[in-house]
Design a protein around this ligand. Structure first.
Ligand SMILES: [Ca+2]
Ligand SMILES: [Ca+2]
Length: 343
């Protein structure tokens, strides 16, 4: 009986280990109460490569990429995707073609705070994505993310409904790091990294790839030891409200100039360019501003000080002239009087 119970516990722990994904690699608690509006900065880092997932990995790795990774905050009434459930039409589009217009429309209609990056080709040196800040409040306290692994039939990764509030302290997490695994969306057939396939009919629930359910012909995603499936990416999200409340309203430009990076500084090249442009623009703005202030100060100085002094000088010299004139006049009168006296 005890043995049976132990087996049951072990089985449930094993199942938990298998199904409790994403893996929470790190979770630290802040003292910011959940009633306070906050923002999170999130970074995506690719872990999908030939070393970790050697079987059937495309020989032309130039084509391997993540499609437009998307991240959003939301309340409990929204569910972007969930294992064991059918993919929504919008999610099916993301997962089969990488098109995220429908899901973005869905988020915009709900007024969600989201960010979508560009396709991330994994041959590129920089495999990080630095998402724009995600706004959160006491209701919109969950974060979900999704991106398709391409080329593939309907394989994707991400996480869903991560509650950013620590229930014990009712405060926001300072930081959390999630390791995410590959899933099959159940909408398209196919066992290999090939995007052209028949639809799965009827569609099947979203399923996480495990050692037991990966296609046995290709063994995609299996680790090199053949014993398990390693995470394909990590997400690191950091609270940006740890500087006395400034983080809630500060602009991204201000934040990028004033805040030390919380993760690897590398961002996607597009965002790097944008940030560089933003910084260049800001510096140019500051220079123009300083020059303008100096110019205006110069004009004011001229108007109020230089001219006034001139005026004073002018007044003084006029007085001197008048004085000299008076003296001359008095002298002339005196001489005239003397002359009269002599006469
Ligand atoms: Ca389909
Ligand atoms: Ca499939």
């Amino acid at each position: 009986m005890l043995t049976m119970r132990l087996v049951a516990i072990l089985f449930s722990l094993t199942m938990t280990t298998i199904l409790a994904h994403p893996d929470v690699l790190n979770k630290t608690v802040s003292s910011v109460p959940s009633s306070q509006n906050v923002e999170y900065g999130c970074i995506f880092e690719n872990l999908f490569n030939k070393e970790r997932h050697p079987d059937s990995f495309p020989s032309n790795n130039l084509v391997i990429h993540w499609t437009k990774p998307l991240i959003t905050s939301h309340d409990i009434s929204y569910s972007m995707w969930k294992e064991g459930e059918l993919a929504s039409p919008a999610v099916e589009k993301v997962i089969e073609s990488g098109g995220n217009a429908d899901i973005i429309k869905e988020l915009q209609d709900r007024g969600e705070s989201y960010d979508a990056s560009y396709d991330k080709y994994l041959y590129a040196q920089n495999q990080l994505i630095n998402f724009g800040r995600i706004e959160m409040n006491n209701f919109k306290r969950y974060i979900s993310a999704i991106s398709k692994l391409a080329p593939s039939p309907d394989w994707f990764s991400g996480f869903h409904d991560f509650d950013c509030v620590n229930p014990g302290s009712d405060t926001w997490y300072e930081e959390f790091v999630l390791a995410v695994y590959p899933y099959d969306a159940g909408t398209e057939e196919g066992d290999d990294y090939d995007p052209v396939n028949n639809p799965t009919n009827p569609p099947q629930p979203i399923t996480q790839f495990t050692v037991d359910n990966i296609p046995q012909t290709t063994k995609v995603f299996l680790n090199k030891e053949g014993t398990g499936i390693l995470p394909v990416a990590t997400y690191t999200c950091t609270l940006s409200n740890d500087d006395g409340g400034m983080g809630v309203t500060q602009s991204p430009i201000f934040a990028s100039l004033t805040r030390a990076p919380t993760g690897p500084l590398q961002t996607s090249s597009v965002q790097d360019n944008v940030q560089t442009e933003n910084k260049t623009g800001l510096i140019a703005g500051i220079i123009v501003g300083v020059v303008t202030v100096i110019f205006v100060a110069g004009v004011l100085f001229y108007l109020f000080v230089y001219r006034k002094r001139n005026k004073n000088n002018h007044g003084t010299s006029t007085k001197k002239k008048q004085k000299r004139k008076n003296e001359t006049l008095r002298k002339t009168e005196k001489e005239s009087m003397d002359d009269d006296g002599m006469v």
